[in-house]
Design a protein around this ligand. Structure first.
Ligand SMILES: Nc1nc(=O)c2c([nH]1)NC[C@@H]1CN(c3ccc(C(=O)N[C@@H](CCC(=O)O)C(=O)O)cc3)C=[N+]21
Ligand SMILES: [Mg+2]
Length: 293
């Protein structure tokens, strides 16, 4: 079997066009130009690339993308002061603090908690996590939402099926598992009602657990950790990993092996990454709508 390549880049472009049209309509109806403020602390090269890509994507969608660059040593107090200023600025609708923060001198939790929940376009705040958990999300976290959109647009239903999410991060694994298990309509029209296993680095017999899955979602951050023998023949494989190995970008899935076994798979790059940015734009428009009044 040779797996179908799930083209995240193409689907992301489609979503970005839809968001651009919705933004234009919102502005034409008298709404303010949606504005996303990204906060970048330090000079991590990967973070700089993402923040630049976000800014460009904002511009193309008619969203005002502002980037606040702070040096790595500004410190907790100064960072909290900037967030308070962005919270209070009515022209800013979405706030994103680029992770990871440069070092342990920052209390990351306290910083994310400081973002106004109505501007929390990453959906990292406890309020937004809680609302999602209760099945009444305000913002859906961008990466899991991008995956839901990808599955939906390829008409790959997970209803009633076994999904294994590998990785329990707050950003991807945990919300992903929650979203796929929700009732129909909670996180989108189609993708729901899965039977979800949330596996992680301490899961016993990980290969056996993965091999049960009709849909395998890898979000562990370890290059090519999911090998062909861990995949059920015909499974749909979603690779969330973006690992730099030398000058190459590889996923959490051994792609060539997986292609022999899976029915469909996302590539890296060109899979989940671009969808994350598309859903961030979507959330920025939602934020602008929530704050209008
Ligand atoms: N507060 C916060 N929110 C985030 O959503 C967030 C973050 N911090 N920190 C870092 C991670 C990572 N992330 C990516 C977004 C797009 C691509 C992307 O577009 N990747 C391209 C390739 C880009 C490249 O070549 O490096 C692709 O996969 O095709 C990747 C990774 C968002 N993150
Ligand atoms: Mg883990």
């Amino acid at each position: 079997m040779t797996a179908e390549r799930l083209d995240g880049k193409r689907v992301a472009a489609e979503i970005r066009q839809e968001v651009a049209a919705d933004v234009a309509e919102f502005v034409a109806s008298g709404g303010p130009t949606p504005c996303l403020a990204a906060v970048l602390v330090g000079e991590d090269p990967a973070s700089q690339v993402y923040v630049r890509n976000k800014a460009r994507a904002c511009e193309k969608a008619g969203i005002d993308g502002r980037t606040h660059r702070l040096s790595a040593d500004v410190g907790q107090t100064e960072l909290l002061r900037l967030i308070a200023e962005l919270n209070a600025d009515p022209s800013v609708h979405g706030i994103l603090v680029q992770l990871p923060l440069p070092d342990s001198s920052y209390d990351e939790r306290a910083i994310l908690d400081a973002v106004d929940p109505l501007k929390d376009v990453d959906a990292f705040s406890p309020i937004n996590v809680g609302l999602l958990m209760q099945g009444r999300p305000r913002f859906l976290p961008c990466t899991p939402h991008g995956i839901v959109q990808l599955l939906g647009r390829y008409q790959l239903s997970v209803a009633g099926k076994r999904v294994c999410v590998v990785g329990r991060s707050d950003i991807v694994g945990k919300p992903m598992a929650m979203m796929l298990a929700q009732r129909t309509g909670t996180c989108g029209p189609e993708i729901a009602n899965a039977t979800v296993t949330l596996a992680h680095s301490r899961t016993a017999d990980l290969g056996d657990v993965c091999r049960q899955a009709d849909c395998l979602i890898a979000a562990v951050g370890r290059p090519e950790m999911i090998t062909g023998d861990m995949i059920k023949p015909g499974a749909v494989v979603i690779d969330v990993g973006i690992n730099r190995v030398g000058d190459k970008l590889v996923g959490d899935v051994a792609y060539d092996q997986a292609c022999e076994v899976a029915s469909a798979i996302t590539p890296v790059p060109g899979g989940v990454g671009p969808l994350t940015i598309a859903m961030l734009l979507h959330n920025t428009l939602i934020a602008a709508k929530l704050q209008r009044s």
